[in-house]
Design a protein around this ligand. Sequence first.
Ligand code: NAP
Length: 481
Amino acid sequence: MRDHRMWIGGQWVPSESGRMMTTKNPSTGEDHAGVPKASAADIDAAVRAAREAFPVWSGMTQAERNKVLYEIAAKIREEADAMARDECAEHGTPYNDAYGVCMGAAAKFEWSANAAYRLMGEEIPVPGDTLTYLKNEPVGVIGFITPWNLPTIMTAVKLAPALAVGNTCVLKPPSINSAIGLKFAHVLSQVPSLPKGVVNIVTGSGSEAGAALASHPEVDLIGFTGSSETGKEILALAAPTVKKCVMELGGNNPVLIFPDADIDASLKVLAWRQFNNSGQHCSGPGRYYVHESVYDEFAAKFKAYAESLKVGDTTSGDKSIQMGPLVSAEHKAKVLGYISGAVAEGATVLTGGDAGTQYGSGFFVKPTVLTGCTHDMTCAREEIFGPVAVLIRYTDSDDLVTMANDSRFGLCAHIWTRDISKGMKLISTLHVGAVFINCQMLTDEQPWGTSVKESGIGKEGGIFGMREFVDKKLVCVKYGE
Ligand code: NAP
């Protein structure tokens, strides 16, 4: 087990108190790494470092900052194999997925550098000899708090656009896989053109380090991704200093499978998404409403897909593994609890449904398909966040839109039909932030996120996401008599 340090002001430092936390290898349940457990004092040091670095970084030309971002991207590509191995070891990501994620992380920095050129000011026409315009300015010091489900890419998704437009950052990674955050810091530390203190990565618990960051008076914006429950706590912590908050929160995304859906095409997307990253995707399918005429076919093909997957220890060196464990023993217990709860409420396990004896002490749950579920069951109402497909049979007499909208979440919805006109008409009836019809694509250009119900506030990614990280200052100049 390797002990790590945090990265504050361009230095590798222990926590001020000397306290440490231990992370696990989810494939084996063994200890993986020791990471510092930061207190409010460490967060304060990081925020001060970011504040000091702000004039230098925000004062650079876009071209100068972009050069640094391109160097970061190049360094990530160079280190991708080592970074991917860390994802395998501390998150349980299969190697090929983890390597792809690292390439995606590098691309985020390149894309953000290019996109920042497109953030232009705006002139407002006013009468008289007066020039009025909106000037883009970086918001200042941003505090990022990230979830465990996508550790490497989430770090890039947060940092790249914020840095591109001139902000400095303090990022607190999730406790469960903090060493992946520190690996990212290690890569950044090898980019000498990145001024000290522009990025600070501080590990610690959410209740202590995270709360200290969310409430710090010198932090101008909080960028958070995580559960809706934690999101509400962070909003409360940020309120006394009226911080801007960009919140990417939970979901329980409805999937509408119409009788005319291309079932094979839908499963290629949905079943893949259901089990990729062991189902720990916010945008993934949450509950499937499948028309009775295609229900049995859909269920049988889903089962076949689930059973075809190679599940295993992502640290074994076997690159053909397609699905690893869940991230923690706690999360495994939670997901198994949803499965047994569903059975108690009347659902049937079509395949999977347990931890599998072959996986030893790892945090595995087998790819699972539940049939006979109903809209009112707990498994259909809450975010399971695991490799569990919840299939609900509907008939022509059911009000599909009402069922889809009947949730405290509003992240996204999936529609599968060959009748595009029907799909398009449904878009405005669904109270969600994103609708995917016959596909699920998430590219660098597309903004993600929603301000619908308890699923978040604001956007992340694309030009719209980048705009969250600039303030528009009104400038009014009288140049005539
Ligand atoms: P979480 O428990 O809410 O934790 C997220 C982060 O918040 C962690 O770094 C956590 O630290 C920290 N934290 C916890 N309590 C805090 C507090 N009082 N003050 C400040 N920070 C605090 O979420 P998770 O379980 O890691 O992630 C899964 C959730 O994220 C799911 O609900 C999923 O839908 C959501 N998610 C949403 C999106 C999206 O784009 N909408 C994307 C990915 C994930 P510790 O690790 O120390 O607890």
